[in-house]
Ligand binder design. Structure first.
Ligand code: DGL
Length: 270
């Protein structure tokens, strides 16, 4: 048994899709969340910059005594695949679990992957998918405008701007006939209604934050690292810019208001 909290980080709000799943799967576990809202987006930055940011984010979580770290960020997961080796606690990213879920789900062996520019250019998803099944056909598409749209709450299923952008990005994947689409950026599930309706009913959407949360919860259970307390969950949320926007959009992600205070910290100095 281990009563320490689970640490989750992302460049911003997207990692909350993993938090939402962890809240469902492990209702007694406490969480520490860090959203690097002052430096979002990561997806348009150099590999070196993303690595430096991710190391700082993980150090911040470790200072809060976490028992495991979840990189709930497709960009960190794909561009810094080995970064978890720096840590003395179990580390999870989103690539392996989502690739596995997609390979198991596809029937026609045509899998689409959408993510930030950094994620798609890293080729990490294609390699992970082909490592699982060499017969898969993988179609990738960067969708750089999705993150700012989500961070600015353009997330309603009726939002015309987001729908138009989605039609432009997703058209080639639809034409390729993929039957499974990995939402390789953790921000994207919040606009899954739009993505799903543009792709069409027969296309399965794989939520990378959810798949990573599932893998993490299984591992904690297997390793006897779940908490033993019956007390209420105590979760803390930290951001690196003004908390107001985060708190209001976080409600859309989590389906409830953020309990407790969201604290602003200086990540460069943390
Ligand atoms: N949630 C991050 C990801 O999964 C957002 C990307 C970004 O900051 O550009 O890639």
């Amino acid at each position: 048994m281990d009563n320490r909290p689970i640490g989750v980080f992302d460049s911003g709000l997207g990692g909350l899709t993993a938090v939402k799943e962890l809240e469902k799967l492990l209702p007694r576990e406490s969480l520490v969340y860090f959203g690097d809202t002052g430096r979002v987006p990561y997806g348009t930055r150099s590999r070196e910059a993303v690595r430096r940011y991710a190391s700082q984010d993980m150090a911040f979580l470790m200072d809060h005594g976490v028992k495991a770290v979840l990189a709930a960020c497709g960009t960190v997961s794909s561009t810094c695949a080995d970064i978890g080796q720096e840590l003395p606690v179990p580390y999870f990213d989103v690539i392996g679990p989502s690739a596995k879920a997609a390979a198991a789900r596809t029937k026609n062996k045509k899998v689409g992957v959408i993510g930030t520019s950094a994620t798609i250019h890293s080729d990490a998803y294609r390699q992970a998918l082909l490592g699982l099944d060499y017969d898969l056909e993988v179609y990738s598409q960067p969708c750089p405008l999705f993150v700012p749209l989500v961070e600015n709450a353009f997330v309603s299923p009726q939002d015309e701007v987001t729908r138009l952008v989605a039609q432009r990005y997703l058209g080639p994947l639809r034409e390729a006939g993929v039957d499974t689409l990995i939402l390789g950026c953790t921000h994207y599930p919040i606009i899954s209604a739009i993505i799903g309706s543009v792709m069409g009913q027969g296309v399965a959407l794989i939520d990378s934050g959810r798949e990573a949360a599932l893998a993490l919860s299984r591992r904690l259970e297997q390793d006897g690292l779940l908490c033993g307390s019956d007390g209420p969950r105590e979760s803390s949320f930290y951001v690196s810019d003004e908390p107001e926007n985060f708190t209001s959009v976080a409600e859309l992600f989590l389906g409830h208001s953020v309990q407790g205070r969201t604290e602003r910290i200086d990540i460069e100095d943390a």
